[in-house]
Design a protein around this ligand. Structure first.
Ligand code: SAM
Length: 287
């Protein structure tokens, strides 16, 4: 991130360290943050933005690297904000106090959250994921829709899945829309990206059951023993479904029986149905 000094920026010491007060959209730091709306800039800076104090506190607790914490003037005396700011400074990040105009421009919302953060992107290497019994992974073939991807990451988190593998050319898990849809689960679920060949090699190297989902699937998804070994649920692209090159390598090709007039389920819904069935024997009502 650039850190610039302009006449519209003040620096002052607070209880938590150095805070820059910025009121102008032409400030270079703000320009850099706004540039994160484009994938090429997110990739160049290896950064992404997340909104909301709770989510930022969770991310910091889970060891994500924060680069910039941005909060509205109205939130400055909030305890949580002070703690997040102190942690950001301790980690070498920048803390910005901004007005509503700047916050709206950064988040592209009329009623933005009072706090947002710029974090370093993080992918896990596929080779670091070693499926074990009672673990479930979700693999997504060319997922295109940011809302679907975010919802799937959130659902994978809720179901206790161990990771999400993006196969082929997929939508960016670090876009603002995807991050919003994850509701913070981006910080909890390991995400790997790979191509078809490496994905198949990874599966071949582990004793995991590759369960593809397909409208022409031969097996009812409720008749699979998900407790035998680890499971990799492979979901097809929104428009095209699973290509033969992937479908023919699956250990099982499952279908979720439907009635009614819909041709298929939405990808995120189908993933949720599969995840909760695959982990049914492991999930219990708490308390
Ligand atoms: N036109 C696509 C096709 O013919 O496969 C529909 C794709 S569907 C919107 C996206 C993905 O969701 C599918 O590739 C599959 O992984 C999953 N899916 C949706 N409905 C399903 C069902 N009833 N049974 C199994 N998988 C399903």
């Amino acid at each position: 991130m650039t850190s610039g000094n302009t006449s519209t920026q003040n620096e002052r010491r607070t209880g938590v360290g150095q805070v820059k007060e910025i009121t102008s959209l032409s400030n270079p730091v703000i320009k850099d943050i706004r540039a994160l709306s484009l994938k090429k800039n997110r990739d160049r800076m290896s950064s992404f933005m997340a909104e909301g104090l709770k989510l930022i506190i969770d991310a910091l607790e889970q060891g994500w690297q924060i680069r910039t914490l941005i909060y509205s003037k109205a939130a400055k005396s909030n305890n949580g904000v002070e703690q997040a700011a102190a942690k950001t400074v301790a980690l070498g990040g920048l803390v910005l106090e901004v007005n509503d105009k700047v916050l709206s421009a950064i988040t592209r919302r009329d009623n933005p959250q009072m706090v947002c953060g710029v974090f370093e992107q993080r992918y896990i290497e596929l080779g670091e994921l070693h499926p074990k019994k009672d673990e479930t992974y979700v693999a997504l073939d060319r997922v295109r829709d940011p809302g679907n991807l975010g919802t799937i990451i959130r659902t994978a988190d809720a179901a206790g899945a161990s990771g999400v593998v993006l196969v082929g050319d997929t939508t960016d898990p670090f876009s603002l829309e995807t991050i919003r849809a994850t509701m913070g689960s981006i910080f909890a679920v390991p995400v790997a990206r790979t191509d078809v060949d490496s994905f198949l090699k990874w599966h071949d190297g582990h004793n995991a059951c590759l369960v593809g989902t397909h409208l022409a699937g031969a097996v009812d998804y409720r008749n699979i023993d998900y407790g035998e070994r680890s499971t990799i649920l492979l979901m097809g692209n929104e428009q095209a479904g699973l290509p033969p090159a992937l479908a023919e390598r699956c250990d099982k090709l499952a279908i979720i029986p439907q009635s009614g007039r819909a041709d298929s389920l939405n990808l995120a819904v189908a993933t949720g149905v599969m995840l909760f069935e695959a982990r049914r024997h492991l999930l219990e009502v708490q308390g």
